[in-house]
Ligand binder design. Structure first.
Ligand code: CA
Length: 225
């Protein structure tokens, strides 16, 4: 899962990104409000960690702009300012949670997991139809049958199972699975969707990955109403 870290203190940003990476998250740092807004607007992040005091646009303004543009990514606000007024302003500006610096890393991780769980993201398995995507073992499971996934297949399956019947675009899958820096093209997405279809079929799953012309993909239960 991708977490955007908007924090101008380089050392803190670095240690946050290391901490997140050690918990299996992919952390992407940006160091000012404008860059934060630009990255966050892409909507590819599962969570935004947002400092309040930033050069340029502050965290409150950034959160308000995002919510004003209907970007619903959860926001965890981090700040040295812990007064009641600031907390209220943080929550009013669209933050989901507010953590005062300095914070304990266990408190931070608990906080992140609580926010993601509320989004239905941080669970042990994602289900659709008669099939579960088991997250700890990276396998598709139906009853007694299971099929292990490669790292990319797993990331792709996680995006598709999290979206369920909602359409997820090829572009979004490309960025979430291969990242910004990669040379991967939409054709890679099609190839991996093909791999996943074979693995679903190999366990007799009733889950179909439907492609919606020029829009993307979504899941459907075969033979369902
Ligand atoms: Ca700061």
């Amino acid at each position: 899962m991708k977490i955007l870290v908007v924090e101008d203190e380089r050392l803190l940003s670095e240690s946050l990104c290391e901490l997140l990476a050690s918990h299996g998250f992919e952390a992407e740092p940006v160091y000012d409000g404008e860059a934060g807004l630009e990255y966050a607007m892409t909507g590819v992040y599962d969570l935004i960690m947002l400092d309040v005091m930033l050069p340029g646009m502050d965290g409150f303004a950034l959160a308000r702009r995002l919510r004003g543009r209907h970007v619903g990514t959860p926001i965890l606000m981090l700040t040295a300012r812990s007064g009641l007024d600031d907390r209220v302003e943080g929550l009013n500006s669209g933050a989901d949670y507010y953590l005062a610096k300095p914070f304990d890393t266990r408190e931070l991780m608990a906080c992140i997991n609580a926010i993601l769980r509320r989004q239905g993201a941080q669970v042990d398995e994602l289900r659709f139809g008669d099939t579960a995507l088991d997250l700890p073992s990276a396998a598709l499971v139906r009853g007694e049958l299971s099929s292990r996934l490669s790292a990319r297949e797993f990331e792709m399956a996680r995006c598709l199972f999290a979206a369920g019947e909602r359409i997820i675009s090829k572009q979004t899958l490309l960025v979430k699975v291969w990242g910004w820096e990669s040379d991967a093209v939409e054709n890679h997405v099609e190839v991996y969707v093909g791999f996943l279809r074979k693995k679903l079929a190999s366990i007799g799953s009733n889950v179909k990955i439907k492609s919606v012309r020029s829009l993307g993909y979504h899941l459907e239960v075969d033979g369902g109403d």
